[in-house]
Design a protein around this ligand. Sequence first.
Ligand code: 4GN
Length: 229
Amino acid sequence: MKISVLTLFPEAYSALYQGIIGKALEKGLFSLEITNIRDYSANKHKKCDDYPFGGGAGMVMTPQPLHDAINAVDPEHKAKRIYLSPKGRRLDQDAVRALAAEREIVLVNGSYEGIDERIIELDVDYEISIGDYVLTSGDLASMVIIDAVARYIPGVLGSEESTEEESFSEGLLEYPQYTRPQSFMGLDVPEVLLSGNHAEIKAWRKKKSLEITASRRPDLLKKNKEEGV
Ligand code: 4GN
């Protein structure tokens, strides 16, 4: 899979060259191409923003650098082109899984008050939001998507099951985990986990998942029922 990012802040993506995602990039399990939108500005000062027509606070990203950058990285429109915005469709694990099945995605990042609407009309396939809050640019949202999508690429996680055996994959929140020591600050690991009885352990984990989901995210239980999971 290839992920292309268009941004005014290419240095921000250095965060991805660490840890599990950094290792996956080193191994060539997927490719990440970061493009500075400013490099495509035809303006002699490399300007990428201007005042909004109709007035109002802040600046808007001009269409020319964005249009040229998007069509330079994806000239034949083979990629799914996504604009990160609070107006977008909310990201969830199903949406992450669908994105991970794409051969190529282009993440378009706005800053300031937004981008010229004509870019969304002309050059973007759809808008995604990572949640109901506003950020200063789309870049952190893009990094969230890259991280979440990369977990589905074979070889990125230690074992093949890890992607599917966690929170949300069964539509439930995850059961609690414990490691050594068996007793810590007076708190003991639940006895059943030491029993070696795999059927009992499985049943206990399922019960814990259901309990925590019912108490924190009852909406997920309802969704499960509707989808017959
Ligand atoms: C995406 C982008 C929040 C999200 C963003 C989100 C930059 N904020 N919830 N900020 O996924 C104006 C210019 C807002 C682009 C956009």
